[in-house]
Design a protein around this ligand. Sequence first.
Ligand SMILES: *Cc1c(COP(=O)(O)O)cnc(C)c1O
Length: 230
Amino acid sequence: MIKETIKRLKSELPATVKLVAVSKFHPFESIEEAYSAGQRIFAESRPQELLAKVRTLEARRIELGDPDYMADIQWHFIGHLQTNKLKMVLPYVSLVQSVDSLRLLEAIDSWGRLNGKVIKVLLEPHVAAEDTKQGFDPEEILEILAGSGKYANIRFKGIMGMATFTEDEAVIESDFKAISSLHEKVLGLYPSLRQEFTELSIGMSDDYPIAIGYGSTMVRIGSMIFGARY
Ligand SMILES: *Cc1c(COP(=O)(O)O)cnc(C)c1O
């Protein structure tokens, strides 16, 4: 099932849209299965679980006597990240999609400076109606990017967003439209970011076709590939 779904999604998605397989709550074996179907980008939302999977992969390489086993796998982080957990996440991921506060952004920049790394990030605006959702006000994102040069160890790659949790497609459309317009606005205001700030990560299992209509470059799909999470 995992393999078939990966293959189907890959053939169905436009060439401009990357597939991010959200493997949270699912075992390492499921990741191996998706990888064997050609999937390379995986996303986790909890530091502990990401680290456990990274360690499992290291153990697999030793067990197989193959240091290059799944060598080109890429991990993205998509959950709320506390500043005291950066060291569990930043050494292993190629992209932090869920930067949702100035405090976190500054902590990532400092970590990068101390560790000699440049970290790629997406900024997460607060758009969905739920009050529990973390994220920046759109104006805050514009302010941060106006001074993006002062974050020497951050590379701003784009925006990640989530629509309101609802069946109402009109609401989902208007949320994606707002996130997409914010992305466009950034590119209009700050031409120097145009080369880098290219990603619009919108769309999950239930709403990715709508997100593609609003210019998604990256869909984050979990349950459709791996099944329900318990
Ligand atoms: C869990 C999660 C997803 C995947 O959701 P599905 O509905 O299972 O596809 C995508 N994005 C984020 C931020 C998530 O936490």
